[in-house]
Design a protein around this ligand. Structure first.
Ligand SMILES: Cc1ncc(COP(=O)(O)O)c(C=O)c1O
Length: 450
């Protein structure tokens, strides 16, 4: 590795960063993270903080899991790669798929298609949803419905069902036939409805209305995150996902649960759908599947979906979709180790307890600081704090002030993530009670510095 002068001198000079302006990165070079352990990270100035971002909602097991590291190293020496395109496979992928299937059997999942990450997993579900309907003799079912504020990655399909225009506008035109319903976001919604249960009913009615307008026979799937993450940690009423499931069932629409963040324990259950007592038809997974030790994602299919493909005798059930790194043996070894560790540590139970602590602490900060307009969370380790400059008018806080809060929070000992005027938190699921207290104290310092 080059010396510190080289790293500082070349920071952002050759690398374009995702989700940022290249000129801004040149003007304010990003913080260089040099090491990490458990739930903490250290930058190149030697400043250590709790990582309340969990990498990017993904380092569920923290940074020091030796079992996962060793499994990856061992697999690299045994078989670093071989293609899993039809005709060849590897032992790790066979075992990993069995384990993922078992973990999500309670959600009705029966088959696993490995990918390289969340966007790939979403794309796989969208494409296979269309193919499913074609195989069943309904080729006109091609449209997708999703929620505003939803985030489903950046491939063209995922961006087309994304519900936040900053991920869309510069890349339009997107996929035709994608329509969006309001988000279950009581703080801001077109119904002016603050009661989450009534809001859930209103969105369900809007869904019915949209289906009647589009024609049920033209809609392939409805995709949603059980709790919207990147959109601001938007926690729906407990009735919401069930309402949407019923409507999908009544109209022959597949339900895709995008579990890229919510899968593997973050909500306090092994999946977000299970948290709300819903069995989807497909799930998209990534992040917690390997805790980010290796880039892996997975699309999961229910028995109902799998039957249509597996009972096809025309040949049209062949899946002409996949990635060079689908079922990568090193990724699969990471999946096996990661699931073993996730189950051994029962990370969902800690996620529920620490999530409650973080949420309640954030609510206390809301009482203290007028700039906190809304606090969302309480359903596992996902917490959002929405910051406003005028509480009555709910005016979103300007970006310079958000950055000041972020900097002061970082200096006080915690890395948080900004999503527009929201502070987003998704720490490792192994975070301790004392560390959550540090996160809350750092946020307190961050708001005090404004
Ligand atoms: C719900 C959801 N879906 C899909 C994605 C895309 O995943 P990736 O960034 O791994 O492509 C994300 C990423 O944060 C996500 O939160």
């Amino acid at each position: 590795m080059k010396d510190d002068n080289y790293i500082r001198g070349n920071n952002a000079k050759h690398l374009w960063h995702p989700m940022g302006h290249p000129a801004a990165s040149l003007e304010h070079p990003p913080t260089v993270i040099t090491s990490a352990a458990q739930s903490s990270i250290t930058d190149m100035d030697g400043h250590s903080t709790i990582d309340a971002v969990g990498g990017l909602w993904c380092v569920n097991l923290g940074y020091s899991n030796e079992v996962v590291k060793e499994a990856i190293a061992k697999q690299l020496y045994e078989l670093p790669y071989y293609s899993a395109f039809a005709g060849t496979t590897n032992a790790a992928a066979i075992e990993a798929s069995h384990m993922v299937r078992e973990m999500f059997q309670e959600d009705g999942m029966a088959r696993v298609f490995f990918t390289s990450g969340g966007s790939d997993s979403v794309e796989t579900t969208l494409r296979l949803a269309r193919q499913y309907h074609r195989l069943r003799g309904e080729p006109n079912r091609t449209k997708f419905i999703s929620l505003k504020k939803g985030y489903h990655g950046t491939h063209f399909g995922g961006a087309s069902v994304n519900g936040n225009n900053r991920f869309r506008i510069n890349y339009e035109p997107l996929l035709p036939g994608c329509f969006h319903l309001p988000s279950p976001y009581p703080y801001r919604n077109p119904f002016n409805e603050t009661d989450p249960a009534t809001l859930a009913q209103n969105i369900a009615a809007a869904f019915e209305d949209e289906i009647a307008f589009q024609g049920a026979g033209s809609i392939a799937a409805f995709i949603m995150e059980p709790i919207q993450g990147a959109g601001g940690v938007i926690v729906p009423d407990a009735s919401f996902m069930g309402f949407m499931r019923d409507i999908c069932d009544r109209h022959g629409i597949l339900m895709i649960s995008d579990e890229v963040i919510t899968g593997f324990g973050r909500t306090g259950d092994w999946s977000g759908a299970r948290h709300y007592g819903v069995k989807p038809d497909m799930m998209s997974m990534a992040k917690g599947i390997t805790s980010a030790y290796f880039p892996v994602g997975a699309a999961l299919m229910s028995e109902k979906v799998a039957d249509v493909f597996e009972n096809d005798t025309t040949g049209d059930g062949a899946i002409f979709h996949g990635y060079t790194y689908s079922a990568h043996p090193v990724g699969a070894a990471a999946v096996i180790a990661c699931i073993n560790e996730t189950l051994r540590l029962d990370t969902k139970t800690n996620a529920a307890a620490r999530g409650k602590q973080l949420y309640e602490g954030a609510l206390r900060l809301k009482d203290k600081y007028d700039v906190i307009g809304d606090v969302r969370g309480g359903e596992g380790l996902m917490t959002g704090i929405e910051v406003v400059s005028d509480k009555a008018a709910k005016t979103p806080m300007d970006m310079d002030s958000m950055k000041r809060i972020h900097k002061a929070t970082y200096e006080a000992g915690t890395m948080v993530r900004l999503g527009m005027n929201n502070i987003l938190m998704s720490p490792p699921l192994i975070i301790t009670e004392e560390e959550v207290d540090i996160v809350l104290a750092s946020l307190d310092a961050g708001f005090a510095a404004l």
